[in-house]
Write a protein that binds this ligand. Sequence first.
Ligand SMILES: Cc1cc2nc3c(=O)[nH]c(=O)nc-3n(C[C@H](O)[C@H](O)[C@H](O)COP(=O)(O)O)c2cc1C
Length: 222
Amino acid sequence: MKVLVAYASRHGATKGIAERVAATLARQGIEVTLDRADRVRQVDAYDAFVVGGCAYMFHWAKACTAFVRRNERALADRPTWLFSSGPLGTDLVDEQGRDVLATTRPKEFDELAARVHPRDQRIFFGAWDPRAKPVGIAERLMGLMPAARNALPAGDFRDWAAIEAWAREIAAGLAAAGASAEAGAGTGTAARAGASAGAGAGAGAGAGAGAGAGDGDGDGDG
Ligand SMILES: Cc1cc2nc3c(=O)[nH]c(=O)nc-3n(C[C@H](O)[C@H](O)[C@H](O)COP(=O)(O)O)c2cc1C
């Protein structure tokens, strides 16, 4: 079972989440490749996908949206999970009493979910360091508006327990898919998810490819 974790990260918070997801999957015996979404050229070799991007101004990272659209057929055919790293702070509901993890769902998720039917879409709290060099017009403008910058909670709000639990859910889902496909193989109805399950068994953690690529992701134009 080969899984690609493809991510886009402007300042590194999402990259950290993708790394943790990849490492957790690898610990469950899954062969994982971690790479930036804008650098992945070939998806044929993978049996499943996790795609995660940062959210800015209500939009998911362009590199992730483009990756999903570009590889729509492969992602729709194979188990796929999406995540966004977005809200900042610790409040679970906003001033209007709305669920923060629902209101920060990127605008693109409806369209992308209709295209690839992900097994799950998850929003994780993110991180932001106001001292980071601004990327993109919105962040540069915000640098000129201290009131706007101060309104944004600074800090690392990533919920590692939730992130790891989600990755373990993914591993369990893949194991179940592999097991049912193996059972189906006897009747000639093997699904792709299980087709290489045996080949992946005991494979080492490949979660390193592309991991040292710095924080940028080609998402600096927002
Ligand atoms: C200018 C700016 C705009 C942001 N807009 C959103 C947003 O619309 N929705 C959201 O959930 N988070 C938003 N965030 C929070 C980021 O998504 C969060 O910090 C994320 O973890 C950053 O990931 P990265 O370090 O991988 O770029 C915003 C942050 C900044 C600085």
